[in-house]
Design a protein around this ligand. Structure first.
Ligand code: PMP
Length: 394
């Protein structure tokens, strides 16, 4: 028991309540799929990154069970102390094949992957140039290095070139970092232009494709594949927790980067790696993606169907180019209220507010999955219509 009552934290939480942005996390009873049971009630789920429905795939579950029987439930220690299980190496090989990359290096999460990779590959005397809307894990990775940083306006190529020009010749390495798919708006990075600028100014490139892997490009190989840029991006990050359906992260990179990460990425040196069950399920998942693009086709079909219906109702769904469908409300408290209303109508769509998105751009972000049936999507659209009318949004 603490001897302090930590009133300073209590006051902060009270502040959240007064601003209408306090959240009590819902409790899922059972699996995470296209529908979920929340606090005992079945709902259409629009809040999961399970883009392809693989989180409940029978082949993945079977692979995980077999791995538990053969390997147990824990990896035992950090990789640099106990070594890799053969499963970990197999997953890295499969990921490299999938991403058409010389190597792939796995981490415990996409978050760890960004933090660990950025911190390991940059140092004092380097410059990192980062899109202003890059994911928090990129920002945290940048905080952990002694490299200088510069921010360019979101997807603004003139601004990126201005920063590159101003700093030409001043640094040992310059690294441009961008999300491949921006997770809050669903827009794509202008990768072809970024790569051209990087080549012109001799900069390295780093793409966090957490929301592009499994979704964009042939068989879900990602935004680099979508734009035909294989071999022209130095570091491509993916997560195993979204479309792949399990847990973990990886960076597709070359041999030199692989070797260096093995020696210097802090999450590798100081934190235990993926469990055998997670690793085996990831292998089964990547094998499935290599074999067929059936799930991507279903995902894109569902996304188009849902977006068109919401657009017709008059909602502002922003400028997404991917299955991520933001319904932008603006006011933060109203976004939270809208999300609560949706739940009353049997749909779980989370409100996203500051600090995850800038103030005044509150929204309910809908994540469409290949697992959704058309009936489930219709039910969701009905709920949006009712909730939107209740709150005077449409
Ligand atoms: N990068 C981006 C762009 C993300 O959206 C996320 C997940 N929110 C991550 C990295 C972190 O991935 P993970 O959940 O696997 O830690």
């Amino acid at each position: 028991m603490s001897i302090h009552d930590l009133d300073f934290l209590k006051e902060k939480v009270e502040g959240l309540k007064e601003a209408g942005v306090y959240r009590k996390l819902p409790v899922l009873n059972g699996r995470n799929s296209s529908t979920i049971i929340l606090d005992g009630k079945e709902m259409v789920n629009l809040s999961s990154n399970n883009y392809l429905g693989l989180a409940n795939d029978p082949d993945l579950k079977e692979a995980a069970k077999k791995a538990i029987d053969k390997y147990g439930v824990g990896a035992g220690a950090v990789r640099t102390i106990i070594g890799n299980m053969d499963l970990h190496e197999e997953l890295e090989k499969k990921l490299a094949e999938f991403k058409k990359s010389p190597r792939a290096f796995i981490f415990q999460s996409g978050y760890d992957c960004n933090v660990g990779t950025i911190q390991a590959i940059t140092e004092k005397g380097d410059l990192i140039i980062s899109d202003e809307l890059n994911h928090a894990s990129i920002i945290d990775g940048i905080r952990m290095t002694k490299a200088d940083k510069a921010i360019f306006k979101h997807s603004d190529m003139e601004d990126l070139e201005r920063v590159l020009k101003e700093n030409e010749g001043k640094y040992k390495n310059t690294l441009i970092i961008t999300d491949g798919v921006f997770s809050m708006d669903g827009d794509l990075a202008k990768l072809p232009e970024i790569v051209e600028l990087a080549e012109k100014y001799n900069a390295l490139t780093y793409v966090d494709d957490a929301h592009g892997s499994g979704v964009m490009g042939s068989h879900g190989r990602g935004t680099v594949d979508h734009y035909g840029l294989h071999g022209r991006v130095d570091f491509v990050i993916g997560t195993l927790s979204k479309a792949i359906g399990v847990k973990g992260g990886y960076v597709a990179c070359n041999e030199a980067a692989y070797e260096w990460l093995n020696h210097r990425a802090r999450p590798v040196l100081f934190s235990t790696t993926l469990s055998p069950a997670d690793t085996a399920a990831c292998i089964a998942s990547v094998e499935k993606l290599i074999k067929t693009d059936e799930l991507q086709v279903k995902l894109w079909d569902n996304a188009k169907y849902f977006k068109e219906k919401l657009g017709k109702l008059g909602f502002n769904t922003g400028h997404s180019e991917t299955p991520i469908t933001p319904v932008i409300i603006g006011d933060e408290a109203k976004s939270m209220e809208f999300s609560r209303k949706l739940r009353e109508y049997g749909v779980f769509g989370s409100a996203i507010v500051f600090p995850t998105v800038p103030r005044g751009t509150g929204r309910v972000r809908c994540m469409i999955s290949a697992a959704h049936t058309k009936e489930e999507l219709d039910k969701a659209v009905d709920a949006f219509e009712k909730a939107g009318k209740d709150l005077g949004i449409i």
